[in-house]
Design a protein around this ligand. Structure first.
Ligand SMILES: [Ca+2]
Length: 339
């Protein structure tokens, strides 16, 4: 009996020791982290991330704003630069125009010298161009006894299609009335830098040499067209400044052909081919037939007013009989002109 008891005690001791041996291991394990503590850390990290994100957003917004400011500054500078450039160009062109006039005066002096030969004569813008005057503007053609030409202010187009063009008419400002009498159309009227008719006597003189006529037009939408006649001449006053032309080319239509072989008419000299007085009806001076397929010396109507009458600055081949053009230039140069 006591033997059995002893062995029970021994087993019990062994079990106790065994249990004790396992326990220290458990006690050495690190304590499980507190659930509340963990959430705090995550929360604080989340807050930090949020702060950083908003900081980043702010920074990028600021950067964008800075960039916009810089772009705006660059654009401003660019604009200023272009304005400066425009001013310089304007000054340069003014300078060269003045220079031109000085040279013209020098040429005039040379012209009046007794040794001058007629081959040096300045007859039109084409001869000026061949003497190296290549800037468009107002020129004074000197008087020439041999050619029988008076001193004359002209406007030269030295750029269009090779240059050398002498303008005989311009419409662009609209303040000059073109319903004028025979005498005014004979000698010319208006301002050479604005709207004018050079004068039938001058046009006759210019077109005694075989000439090309070029007509440039602009409508109120800003589109441009042209009509060119490879042969153009105007007779003298005895022959009523009769128009002769041929060889149309261009993109505006051949609306001067209808006026070919007709005499010039003004309201006080009805030379047209009609029972009516076309010059009075169309309010201009022109080579009226019966009456018009074009009316380049008609009434200047402004935008909005330009589609009212049949007496406007018309070119039927482009805009028909009821559309008054915004701008017109008529110019001549000798056939065979070489730029
Ligand atoms: Ca008539």
């Amino acid at each position: 009996m006591s033997k059995v008891n002893l062995s029970i005690v021994a087993v019990s001791i062994l079990l106790v020791v065994g249990t004790w041996a396992q326990n220290p291991k458990k006690a050495l394990k690190p304590p499980k982290p507190n659930k509340a503590q963990c959430c705090d850390e995550v929360r604080s990290l989340k807050v930090q991330v949020a702060n950083l994100t908003s900081l980043l957003g702010e920074l990028s917004r600021k950067q964008e704003a800075d960039l916009m400011t810089v772009v705006r500054q660059i654009m401003d500078l660019d604009k200023q630069n272009r304005q400066q450039e425009a001013r310089v160009t304007e000054a340069e062109s003014k300078y060269s125009e003045i220079n031109n006039r000085v040279e013209i005066m020098q040429l005039q002096t040379l012209q009046s010298a007794p040794q001058t030969t007629t081959s040096d004569a300045i007859y039109d813008c084409a001869t000026l161009y061949s003497k190296n005057y290549k800037i468009s503007g107002e020129y004074k053609l000197p008087k020439d006894e041999f050619l029988g030409t008076p001193e004359l202010s002209v406007f030269c187009d030295m750029e269009t299609n090779g240059g050398g063009w002498t303008l005989i008419q311009r419409r662009k400002v609209g303040l000059t009335i073109f319903s004028r009498d025979w005498k005014q159309y004979k000698s010319g009227f208006g301002s050479i830098r604005g709207d004018f008719w050079l004068g039938n006597d001058h046009i006759f003189r210019l077109t005694r040499q075989p000439s090309v006529l070029r007509i440039e037009m602009e409508d109120w939408e800003g589109e441009t067209r042209y009509a060119e006649y490879g042969l153009f001449s105007v007779a003298n006053e005895l022959n009523s400044y009769k128009l002769l032309l041929a060889n149309y080319r261009g993109n505006a239509g051949d609306s001067l052909r209808y006026h070919n072989n007709t005499n010039f008419s003004t309201f006080n000299k009805d030379n047209d081919k009609c029972v009516d007085n076309c010059a009075a009806l169309r309010k201009g001076g022109y080579w009226y037939n019966c009456c018009t397929d074009s009316n380049l010396n008609g009434v200047f109507y402004r935008y909005g007013e330009h589609m009212k009458g049949t007496d406007g600055i018309t070119w039927y081949g482009w805009h028909g009989p009821n559309y008054s053009l915004k701008k017109v230039e008529m110019k001549v140069r000798p056939v065979g002109f070489q730029p």
